[in-house]
Write a protein that binds this ligand. Structure first.
Ligand code: GLN
Length: 190
């Protein structure tokens, strides 16, 4: 199994470390020729969604990646990656616009820049795991085919729609690999 990690900006190397810990091969996607060889799953990391969206277009990665996801490529978006995938962004135009979720950027406000919490997500793991939020979005609403995986204080922070998995928190910034393992199982079709 080979996983492509979008490495245009943001916290991409941390995803590589998480996959390394699971013994999964990964590679960085920085330009169009990086996606020529087949691969099995894609990670869109945290960072700044506006910057990632702009670079996707500038580097001619936007259309091929959108098409890949629409054709079923498993994708995991964390934080900015979640925003990049969303069909609707409060007050802004969407980027890839492939997942039926409406999101609010920097939803926790300037006062709470980052915080951590813990949650039990039965679909993902039998034990609670840490959630790290950094200038995080939340999901305001989801379409009917979207499965809500986690709500925290009344706001949706993890969801899945078919081949697409998103978290507004950063599992790659913790030592816990449960969400990455869940994504690997998604790819294997379990
Ligand atoms: N605030 C960023 C954005 O709106 C997301 C932050 C993150 O990815 N940690 O794109």
């Amino acid at each position: 199994m080979r996983i492509g990690i979008l490495a245009l900006q943001g916290a991409f190397i941390e995803h590589k470390f998480a996959l390394d810990a699971l013994g999964i091969e990964s590679f960085e996607i920085r330009q169009k020729r990086d996606i020529e060889k087949p691969f099995d799953g894609l990670i869109i990391p945290g960072g700044e969604s506006t910057v990632i969206g702009k670079l996707l277009r500038q580097l001619d990665l936007f259309e091929p990646i959108k098409e890949m996801i629409e054709n079923g490529m498993p994708v995991f978006g964390t934080c900015a990656g979640l925003i990049v995938l969303a069909k609707s962004i409060e007050g802004e135009n969407p980027h890839l616009g492939v997942m039926d979720i409406s999101v609010r950027r920097n939803a926790y406000g300037k006062q709470i820049d980052s915080f951590s919490n813990e949650a039990l997500i039965p679909e993902i793991s039998i034990a609670p795991f840490p959630l790290v939020f950094i200038r995080a979005p939340w999901i305001d609403s989801v379409g009917e085919n979207v499965q809500v995986l986690c709500e925290l204080n009344g706001h949706i922070v993890a969801a899945r729609e078919k081949n697409m998995l998103v978290t507004s928190f950063h599992p790659e910034l913790t030592k816990n690999t449960a969400v990455h393992e869940y994504f690997m199982n998604m790819i294997k079709g379990e």
